[in-house]
Design a protein around this ligand. Structure first.
Ligand code: ADP
Length: 676
């Protein structure tokens, strides 16, 4: 089921193309707008609340001023009760002035506005010293005219009175007509200090935080009482103070707000906190998203890499659960057996790729595996069947499948199709055999002169016996009766010699003849007998004495006879050639066969070929078994390498050592044939 890694994991939904950053930008923008609006609304609400409070304070302040002034009026009216003497009046008036700092002067004037009695405030006694009281006469008049008209208290517009200290005060005259027994008897004139009025007002709690000022209708500031300015933002509220007599003052409150008052109430603080929380959450979310995306990307990469790896593997992979059902196969496995993954997944035993004739055997193997037996680490060979019915050899390496919790959930197997390997092995075996055959022929070629020499003797003997017989027949003196007896001996000799020649030829033929590789039980004696005629041929030529030493009661060996013969012959030939340079009497070749020292479980028979030659130099030793290495002019350098291969094929090793007192001894062992 070839799936692309992305669709296999559903990661394609995350595929690029959709501008994800745009969504984020819109989200962030929306949140920013929302929060901005919330903060703005909260700020506006707060401003309105502050403004409302200020308006309320202004109204209250004006009310306060009014009621203060009317309370003052009442106090002033009490001054005239019971027609006081000027002295008594002065005492009472002074006490009023002490209590009310906003009043700076009280005058009792007669009907012609002439002063009858006067008291100045004790706090600023020399107020009128600089300008004199007459400067305010017009204001007093204006107030009293109005008071007369209204028959009640009346206020004149305020005026500025410079004082001795170079400063000045804003004063306002109030005139109260005095009536006794229904007749006007004079006026009471009170001078108000506007600053004093504000000072009085500022003692009230809500006013302490504001700047309070009294201004004219056109905004000209007359008096001001200022609280400390604590902020950059100013709120203003103003109220009209209409006084009898047509005078109107404006009371103005200014309130400054500080920057921390940006969050002055719970709502704004809450909104701000929420904003912060929201922004932090957004940041966290974005961060989390980034991590998640990176993790997903890494995961997709890892998956794609794993998938690519699985797809490009030439080794077949298969996973099975503990009940033997196939849970996973890779493309290489599908290709190997020729089935689709869908046909294999979920399939139990017998698997569709098991050859029917081997199902029983495989089922047993499976049962052993499922019983918890761990298979050999190096794997085992088996035969599978393709969908088209063809069989092929596989190497299976199996291991338990352990999950993340350390629990075995099944078996994981790797498969290698070893058909090709087998074919190569077969080829190499065949070429090896051909090489052996060639080597044999080469050896025979080397021996050709020996052979001709060897055959010469019987042939010469046959020839001379034949000539003798012919001569006998042609000789007229030959006794016909005795002819039979005379010919019998030479003819018998001819037959013997022909047989001898035939044996020489047969030994060569037997050696050269190529046969299929086959293991058979052979006695050591038989092996030696087969090669001794050929060994003797060369031994005679080189003047070598051949000794054979055979232990008694040796078991037969299990071997490929032809190959082993070639090994012994080759070693014997090397040994004889090595002794060419030594003196005649020292040329001894010893072929011995003994029981090998016990090593493994099976008994082995050891063959050794010893010479008394010069030994093998260290230089030659290093390349001894290298194919085509030779020190001889006519040598091929294949002998020892082929010998070693043959010996190893029989489970042994070809070794060599120095022979005492001189020379070399080559040894190898062959497995003993089991006793029949
Ligand atoms: P070849 O006989 O064709 O040279 P071999 O593989 O049989 O090839 O031998 C390789 C070489 O090993 C020989 O050329 C010889 O130098 C050395 N060698 C083999 N057997 C002996 C021996 N018994 N004593 C000394 N040298 C030997």
């Amino acid at each position: 089921m070839p799936l692309s890694p992305a669709s296999a994991t559903g990661l394609d939904r995350l595929a690029p193309g959709r501008p994800r950053w745009l969504l984020w930008a819109v989200l962030v923008l929306l949140v920013a707008v929302l929060l901005g609006t919330l903060i703005w609304l909260a700020g506006r609400y707060e401003a309105e609340r502050v403004q409302g409070q200020l308006e309320l304070d202004a109204t209250e302040a004006v009310g306060e001023l009014r009621s203060g002034m009317s309370r003052n009026l009442q106090s002033l009216q009490t001054l005239q009760i019971n027609d006081p003497s000027p002295n008594a009046w002065t005492i009472d008036a002074a006490s009023i002035l002490r209590e009310h700092r906003e009043l700076v002067r009280l005058e009792w004037r007669d009907e012609g506005l002439r002063i009858r009695s006067v008291v100045d405030t004790p706090f600023q006694p020399d107020l009128f010293e600089r300008m004199g009281r007459d400067s305010a006469q017009s204001d007093v008049q204006q107030a009293c005219v109005a008071a007369q008209r209204l028959s009640g208290p009346a206020y004149a517009p305020s005026y500025f009175l410079p004082t001795n200290n170079g400063m000045g005060v804003e004063l306002m005259e109030m005139c109260l007509p005095l009536v006794s027994s229904g007749r006007r008897v004079g006026f009471l004139v009170a001078s108000y200090s506007l600053q004093g009025l504000l000072d009085e007002l500022s003692t009230r709690q809500p006013m302490r935080n504001h700047e309070i000022s009294l201004t004219e209708g056109d905004g000209t500031r007359l008096a001001v009482w200022g609280a400390q300015r604590r902020g950059s933002r100013v709120f203003t509220a103003q109220q009209l103070l209409d006084l009898p007599g047509g005078t109107t003052l404006v009371l103005r409150l200014n309130s400054w707000r500080q920057a921390p008052d940006f969050f002055p109430n719970l709502l704004t603080a809450l909104v701000a906190a929420m904003t912060l929380a929201l922004v932090s959450i957004l940041a966290l979310l974005a961060n989390d998203m980034r991590h998640r995306q990176r993790a997903e990307r890494d995961l997709a990469d890892a998956l794609a890499f794993r998938k690519a790896m699985e797809d490009s593997l030439v080794t077949g992979l298969r996973a099975r659960d503990l009940r033997g059902r196939i849970t996973y196969v890779n493309p290489a496995f599908c290709e190997m057996v020729g089935f689709e993954a869908a046909e294999l997944l979920g399939h139990g035993v017998p698997a569709p790729y098991w050859p029917p004739e081997l199902v029983d055997e495989y089922q047993q193997r499976q049962a052993i595996r499922l019983a918890g037996n761990v298979p050999p680490r190096e794997g085992y060979e088996s035969v599978f069947m393709r969908k088209d019915g063809t069989r092929f050899p596989v190497l299976i390496i199996e291991a338990p499948l352990i999950n993340a919790q350390g629990v075995q959930t099944g078996w994981m197997s790797a498969f290698v199709d070893i058909s090709e390997q087998r074919r190569v092995q077969e080829l190499s075996r065949a070429s090896h055999e051909r090489l052996q055959a060639t080597a044999r022929l080469a050896m025979v070629g080397e021996m050709a002169s020996l052979l001709s020499h060897e055959l010469n003797q019987p042939l010469a003997a046959i020839s001379s016996y034949a000539t003798g017989s012919v001569n006998l027949l042609q000789d007229p003196a030959t006794d016909v009766d005795g002819l039979k007896a005379d010919l019998a001996l030479p003819l018998q000799r001819i037959a013997e010699q022909a047989e001898r020649a035939g044996r020489v030829i047969k030994s060569v033929h037997d050696f050269v003849r190529r046969r299929e590789q086959a293991r058979e039980a052979v006695t050591a004696q038989a092996l030696l007998d087969a090669i001794l005629p050929l060994v003797s041929l060369q031994a005679r030529k080189l003047g070598v004495q051949v000794d054979t030493v055979l232990w008694p009661d040796l078991p037969a060996v299990l071997c490929d006879k032809t190959m082993v013969e070639q090994v012994i012959l080759n070693l014997a030939r090397n040994a004889m050639q090595a002794m060419e340079q030594v003196s005649d009497d020292a040329r001894v070749l010893t072929l011995s066969v003994a029981l090998a020292p016990p090593e493994g479980t099976e008994p082995r028979v050891q063959f050794s070929v010893a010479d008394r030659g010069p030994g093998i130099s260290e230089n030659v030793q290093q390349q001894l078994f290298t194919p085509f290495f030779t020190t001889k002019a006519e040598g091929m350098g294949l002998g020892l390498s082929l010998c070693r291969t043959v010996v190893e094929q029989h489970g042994g090793t070809l070794e060599y050592a120095s022979n005492a007192p001189r020379g070399t001894v080559f040894t190898f062992s062959l497995p003993a044939a089991p006793l029949a």
